[in-house]
Design a protein around this ligand. Structure first.
Ligand code: NAI
Length: 733
């Protein structure tokens, strides 16, 4: 399409082409990704050179800029961030395009994201293919659109819409882009042909009204009130992330300053973000998600060595909180589902609940209903011909074992048997079956049809094919699947235990639930540990502790503070004995206006209870500062993370970080617990743990793990080099 005969054409098509050399007349460098990499420099150089030529040649009357391979431009390549920039800078380039005296039209196919959309906004017209997606996602990487995006978008589509897009990084469809006024035309046909035709139709027309940088920025009459409201909302939802807040400041500059000054302000704000730890954390997290998708197990299983088996029909056993969400996820992804409950009553209730969830979700997404895919039954025999089973009955080993024995006898040979257990031994379940190699854990998070995380737990006998099939299933239902080893609580819940325990010990030593929660929420968790316990139900952990034999009074009849030879805090058990199970009973670590109430209020009863407890056990409350609360809770959790790496339960720190961000509300702008430890400094984390361990030698979770010591002794290598240390034989640890 791009012809050498172009000079005879009235319109030049400037191709942003992948992996091409910029000195080829018809092609101008790489599209789709980079503005800063070598290829990217070639793209910009190509655009600049070709624009100069196009403007010089009298026979050229208009220009169309398009990508190659159906993609306009995906913006910068973040792998290149931090490298020295070469080639022509982006901002003068977009100014040159906008100032061009001949019409320049962007033909947007595929994506126009980040710098790609900023390039398109510098063109005088934008024609998009109906399947194209557009957006300014920089905020998700801890940045702001730094090539005029924050100054042009509000001028084009108004302040409220621009603020929404820039502060969330949301992508929009071509149809929405047209409605918002970002593009001028949407086509189902070839967008480049449409753009050429369009360009020819506007040749010779005045461009005065087409240069967005010259538009006055619409100024809401109640400017201060609008920005105050937006800032308040953005600060609340950002939970300490600075990029969304800085985006608001940049858009404010677009409204209050002339264009050139606004651009200067955008540049200053961009530089602040660019050098912030948060941008580093978010970019690390972006790559961590990619790293976990290239999973591997110690046995050498990974995508290229282990072929997943196709799964068409799956069964879900147990339709409580989790089974319902799992059934919804499977049905929505097009699997045939057999959903099994114990009795008709439970089955009917579950059926109504699942139908309601599917209807609400279909309505929200504007997608067709997936009802027909689910068959309900009260008999395990209904699972006889399925390819894969996900068991989600009560967390009770004896019950789960019985079900695995029955499934092994009922299901056709080769059926994969998976458990959604949150902590139990996958190998023990596998041992109940005739084919233990077909057994893996598929640990979903509540609500299972919403939460993105799936821990795929391989036992010592799980076959690579079984792991690959579960990973593939996760992918098909839209989850981020992380392959983890088999141990009590796997990765996420195992690390949660020392975190929770520290919170309990802090209460014994003088803290209050409000104080602990406030510190954790200021760190960026959506809810503190005690509010989360109230939400998920205190009785859940109580049942587990009872099953573990921890809930027993000592010889004096008091609840024992030593169990199994280690310090134990019975505080959670004592609350449960009072019937305080959290939100569901209207009382827990906080009080609620009624059972099922959601707003946590401080409860004087609880404070009296803590005082009495301390008095009974001869504990003297001391003042505990914020730093200690944060360090004791987080460093104990991180310490367990190092132990998990040392034990080979997680393949690398990225796996832990993705699990914590997606499953446990760890603030994304802090990268994940292991990245956070790297940012703080491993020597500092070690030092603080050692200090707390000396002060509280009987408190578990504070003794630094040997991998942490080894990394610190080795000069604290950066996180991307930890695997080299971990992969050395354990005897060296
Ligand atoms: P739940 O108590 O809400 O539901 C369990 C369901 O299993 C009940 O509806 C029960 O009638 C059914 N059931 C019991 N025996 C059965 C049998 N023989 N055949 C068929 N159905 C049977 O429990 P929930 O919360 O859904 O948990 C299920 C599993 O998921 C547990 O192993 C739990 O540890 C795990 N899990 C729970 C999470 C949560 O947040 N609730 C999160 C992640 C995992």
């Amino acid at each position: 399409m791009c012809r050498a005969s172009l000079p005879f054409s009235a319109t030049w098509k400037l191709y942003l082409e992948r992996n091409s050399r910029c000195n080829v007349f018809r092609r101008i460098g790489t599209a789709g990704s980079t503005w800063w990499s070598p290829q990217c420099a070639a793209v910009r150089q190509g655009i600049v050179d070709m624009m100069h030529r196009a403007l010089r040649e009298p026979e050229v009357k208009s220009v169309v800029i398009c990508g190659q391979d159906g993609k306009f431009c995906g913006g910068a390549d973040i792998r290149e961030f931090g490298a020295k920039m070469s080639g022509p800078p982006l901002v003068p380039m977009i100014h040159m395009i906008e100032a061009a005296a001949k019409p320049v039209v962007a033909a947007i196919e595929g994506v126009a994201l980040g710098g790609g959309l900023e390039l398109a906004l510098s063109c005088h017209y934008r024609i998009a293919h109906s399947k194209a997606r557009l957006g300014l996602p920089e905020v998700t990487l801890g940045l702001l659109p730094g090539a005029g995006g924050t100054q042009r978008l509000p001028r084009l589509i108004g302040v409220p819409a621009a603020l929404e897009l820039i502060t969330t990084g949301r992508h929009v469809t071509a149809a929405e882009a047209l409605q918002l006024g970002i593009v001028d035309e949407v086509t189902d046909q070839n967008a480049v042909d449409a753009a050429v035709k369009f360009a020819q139709s506007v040749e010779g027309k005045s461009l005065d009204a087409r240069r967005i940088g010259t538009f006055p920025c619409p100024r809401p009459p109640d400017l201060d009130a609008v920005f105050e409201k937006v800032m308040k909302e953005v600060r609340r939802s950002a939970r300490g992330a600075i990029a969304p807040v800085t985006c608001v400041q940049a858009v404010h500059a677009a409204v209050t300053l002339p264009y050139a000054k606004g651009m200067e302000r955008e540049r200053e704000l961009f530089s602040t973000l660019f050098t912030s730890g948060q941008a580093r954390a978010l970019q690390y997290y972006f790559f961590a998600q990619r790293a976990v998708s290239r999973w591997s197990t110690p046995s050498g299983a990974r995508w290229d060595t282990s072929k997943p088996r196709p799964v068409r029909k799956a069964a879900v056993i147990g339709l409580g909180t989790m089974g319902r969400g799992i059934s919804v996820s499977l049905a929505q992804a097009g699997f045939s589902v057999v959903a099994v409950e114990t009795q008709e009553k439970q089955l009917l209730e579950a059926k109504q609940a699942v139908s309601g969830m599917l209807e609400r979700d279909a309505k929200r997404r504007g997608a067709p209903l997936a009802h027909g895919n689910i068959k309900y039954s009260c008999s395990l025999k209904a699972a006889a011909d399925v390819d894969l089973v996900i068991e989600a009955v009560f967390e009770d080993m004896a019950l789960k074992k019985a079900i695995f024995r029955q499934l092994s006898a009922i299901c056709k040979p080769g059926t994969f048997l998976c458990s959604n257990t949150s902590a139990l031994d996958i190998d023990e379940l596998a041992s109940q079956t005739q084919s233990p190699e077909l057994v893996v854990g598929m640990h979903f998070f509540a609500p299972a049809h919403v939460m993105k995380l799936l821990e795929v737990v391989y036992g010592p006998r799980s076959s690579p094919e079984a792991v690959a099939t579960a990973m593939q299933m996760g992918k098909k239902i839209g989850k981020v699947s992380v392959a983890v080893g088999n141990c009590r609580g796997f990765v996420g819940n195992r690390m949660l235990k020392p975190y929770l325990e520290q919170a309990f010990f802090l209460l014994e030593e003088g803290a209050t639930p409000e104080q602990v929660d406030q510190v954790l929420e200021e760190f960026g968790f959506p809810m503190g540990v005690f509010k989360v316990s109230d939400l998920s139900g205190l009785d859940v952990g109580w049942k587990v502790r009872k099953a573990d034999g921890l809930v027993v009074p000592d010889s004096t009849g008091k609840s024992a503070r030593i169990q199994g030879g280690r310090r134990y805090s019975p505080l959670g058990d004592l609350l449960c004995e009072q019937g305080r199970f959290g939100q569901k009973t209207g009382r827990g670590w906080y009080q609620y206006d009624k059972p099922g109430g959601r707003v946590a209020k401080s409860d004087p009863w609880l404070h009296r209870f803590l005082e009495e407890y301390r008095a009974r056990h001869g504990l003297v409350a001391r003042r505990i500062d914020q730093q200690e609360v944060l360090e004791r809770c987080l460093y104990a959790l991180i310490n367990e993370g190092f132990q998990i790496l040392q034990d080979g339960i997680a393949a690398g720190p990225e796996d832990i970080d993705v699990i914590y961000v997606l499953g446990y509300g760890w603030p994304r702008h802090r990268g994940g617990p292991m990245f956070f430890a790297d940012m703080v400094g491993l020597d500092k984390v070690l030092d603080r743990l050692e200090r707390y361990h000396q002060l509280h030698p009987d408190v578990p979770g504070l003794k630094p793990c040997s991998l942490l010591r080894k990394l610190a002794a080795g000069g604290c290598p950066p996180i991307h080099r930890w695997r080299e240390v971990i992969q050395k034989p354990h005897s060296q640890l």
